[in-house]
Design a protein around this ligand. Structure first.
Ligand code: M6R
Length: 620
């Protein structure tokens, strides 16, 4: 969580920093702050401003100030230690106000470090864990000064970080060295953008793509020392690191709203293209299989896999639950799906022929990353389904499949979810064909996957109807979402979308499980959204709808086109096209995303940045 940007170059830093941090606001938005080194007339001064709330508040505050320098750092915060106040907003500084830094991550041993520093006479201005780093660097500067004639900021930073335990991406400046930016990473994302006579460091590529597409992804323990016309990357032992720049595959447009009122709506409508992109070049229809470049090198190992443990968080976990049904039914591989926050602490029983498959849009989710590390520790093969190229999870896993859907900015996962499920279908084909799946079955799945973008387009045509249904139900404060088999995870996902976007209590439940408890809540005031496609459990689900109707509960049904009978059972019906049962979740998820979106908008909420949330959860 939190977003950081640093700039050094020949241009004015402040507008570039502000622009960059706006594209990272999805990472947290309870306060923001900037520090720019103004080096006019040979006297360097740190110009600092902070504001509670979104970045716009900071922007308004600095409108009347001239921030002149070509070196600066900026931050948008998702609070962990200390409330959302100006004092706790970054950048933080040492006692003398020379060193300023912004941080994403958590300093785990900050309490003991703070106590030591207070005993040594340091005065703290915030309740944050971050501030200790500024004082630690100050302490190291003092010690270096007493030992050597001249020192450099990076030396003090390296020595200070040796005392720190935890996760950090830091951008650090010192007004005594007004031509230098130091950036360092351990377990929190950080990227270096290399421009012409300018450098940017940022939590992700969306903040640098306007300026350059030439980037370096930092590894843990790597530090960049930047001047306007030079960069050097070293490790914490001060040894040079040979980090080769890579070309970003993002465009500026992909990180902007493109005429939509919200990123969430844009990303919902991008789903046909997103699924197309993640399937592109991967389906081998005539062989009924998938060609997955990222798995080529371990093809033989995968043939030996006897069980898969899927580990993920939130929506990605629910994609994993759909994957469980697919992989068991078509590849015949037993699958266990865990919340990553559980897998990392429980004692899973791994076997040599097991693989851990993690799913993560950001590739930075702390719990998911930890479950990769846990599996590696135990010598288990680790695989990833990840969207963000070069992210920590992409690099930690042994092999994997990229989603290739471009950046997802809206906090609610939409196109990431449907494409994760599409990738899981590709994986099912790949592993299934290595095992029992026949050519005919493989071909059928591959052909249906090819049709998916078109089918999603059809679902999106129902937006007006879904909006009307949202208007009708917007004032309800409780919802039940029900589904079975492949669509049980979609019931959970639909409820999760409504909760996070509209702050309405919604509960996802197995339709068949409803009578074991939640049925007690049903009356005319509790609408149930029932996912009831014409599949192998259709009749069972219809019986569950009858149970709701008998208790006068309103029903919104997601059903298959051509099913006229359902109209007499449900108050409202949203149709999805007919497809293979295993692929219906990709279609049924879409109307639920639109429903949550419109209810949120009707309630006047900020759907792109729901309260208390952040896009990338890089803390436990
Ligand atoms: O980046 P990840 O896919 O690892 O993120 C996992 C969850 O935090 C994420 O899916 C979250 O549940 C979404 N906000 C849901 O819309």
């Amino acid at each position: 969580m939190c977003g950081i940007v640093g700039y050094i170059g020949k241009q004015k830093a402040a507008p570039i920093l502000l622009d960059g941090i706006k594209s990272l606001e999805y990472r947290g938005y309870d306060s923001a702050g900037i520090s720019v080194i103004n080096n006019q007339g040979g006297v360097a001064e740190a110009q600092v401003e902070k504001a509670v709330g979104k970045v716009i508040n900071l922007e308004n505050k600095i409108k009347s100030r001239e921030l002149l320098g070509g070196l600066g750092i900026i931050h948008t915060r998702w609070a962990t230690h200390g409330g959302a106040t100006e004092a706790n907003a970054h950048p933080h500084s040492d006692c003398a106000g020379n060193i300023w830094l912004v941080h994403n991550g958590i300093i785990e041993n900050y309490k003991e470090l703070k106590n030591e520093l207070i005993s040594a006479g340091h005065q703290f201005k915030s309740e944050t864990d971050t501030e200790v780093v500024a004082h630690l660097i100050e302490e190291q500067v003092k010690s270096l000064k007493s030992k050597v004639q001249s020192y450099a900021l990076e030396d003090a930073v390296r020595l200070a970080l040796k005392k720190v335990r935890g996760a950090y991406a830091l951008a650090i400046i010192d007004k005594r060295e007004p031509e230098k930016l130091v950036a360092v990473r351990n377990s929190s994302p950080l990227i270096l953008g290399i421009g012409n006579d300018e450098y940017l460091v940022a939590s992700d590529a969306s903040a640098v793509v306007k300026h350059t597409r030439k980037v370096i992804y930092f590894n843990d323990g790597e530090m960049a020392i930047l001047t306007p016309d030079n960069h050097r990357v070293v490790n914490l032992e001060n040894q040079a690191v040979d980090s080769q720049p890579q070309e970003l595959d993002w465009t500026v447009e992909s990180a902007q709203k493109g005429g939509y009122p919200h990123f969430m709506l844009k990303e919902i409508f991008e789903q046909p293209e997103a699924v197309e992109n993640c399937l592109r070049g991967r389906l081998v229809v005539q062989e009924g299989t998938a060609k997955l470049g990222g798995l080529e090198s371990i093809k033989d190992k995968l043939r030996e896999i006897k069980r898969i443990h899927i580990s993920a968080c939130g929506t990605a976990y629910l994609a994993g639950k759909v994957g469980e049904y697919m992989l068991e039914e078509y590849a015949g591989i037993p699958v266990e799906v865990d919340l990553a926050s559980e897998l990392r602490y429980r004692k899973p029983v791994f076997d040599n022929h097991d693989a851990v498959l993690v799913i993560s849009q950001s590739g930075e989710t702390a719990d998911t990353l930890a479950s990769v590390k846990e599996a590696k520790e135990k010598g288990i093969l680790t695989l990833g389904i990840v969207n963000t190229v070069g992210s920590s999870i992409a690099r930690e896993t042994e092999a994997g499949i990229y989603q290739h859907i471009g950046p997802e900015i809206g906090v609610a996962s939409t196109k990431a979810f449907t494409s994760q499920v599409a990738v899981l279908a590709l994986l099912t084909l790949f592993l299934g064909r290595q095992r029992q799946m026949s050519l005919v079955t493989g071909e059928r799945i591959a052909r249906e996957l090819q049709r998916l973008p078109e089918l999603i387009r059809k679902v999106l045509q129902s937006e007006d109807l879904i909006k009307q249904i949202a208007v009708k139900y917007q004032t309800h404060n409780n919802f039940l979402y029900l589904g079975r088999k492949y669509n049980l995870p979609i019931a959970y996902e639909g409820a999760l979308k409504l909760k996070e976007i509209s702050y309405i209590h919604a509960e996802g439940y197995g339709a068949g499980e409803m009578k074991h408890g939640p049925i007690a809540m049903i009356d005319q005031n509790l609408p149930s959204v029932v996912i009831v496609p014409s599949d192998s459990v259709y009749e069972k689900t219809v019986s569950n709808i009858e149970e709701i109707r008998a208790r006068r509960g309103p029903v919104i049904a997601i059903a298959t086109e051509g099913n006229e009978d359902i109209k007499s059972l449900a108050d409202d019906v949203i149709y999805i096209p007919k497809s293979l049962e295993m692929l219906t979740p990709i279609l049924s998820a879409v109307p639920l995303q639109l429903f949550a979106y419109h209810v949120g908008v009707l309630r006047g909420l900020d759907v792109d940045k729901p309260r208390n949330l952040a896009k990338s959860v890089t803390v436990e």
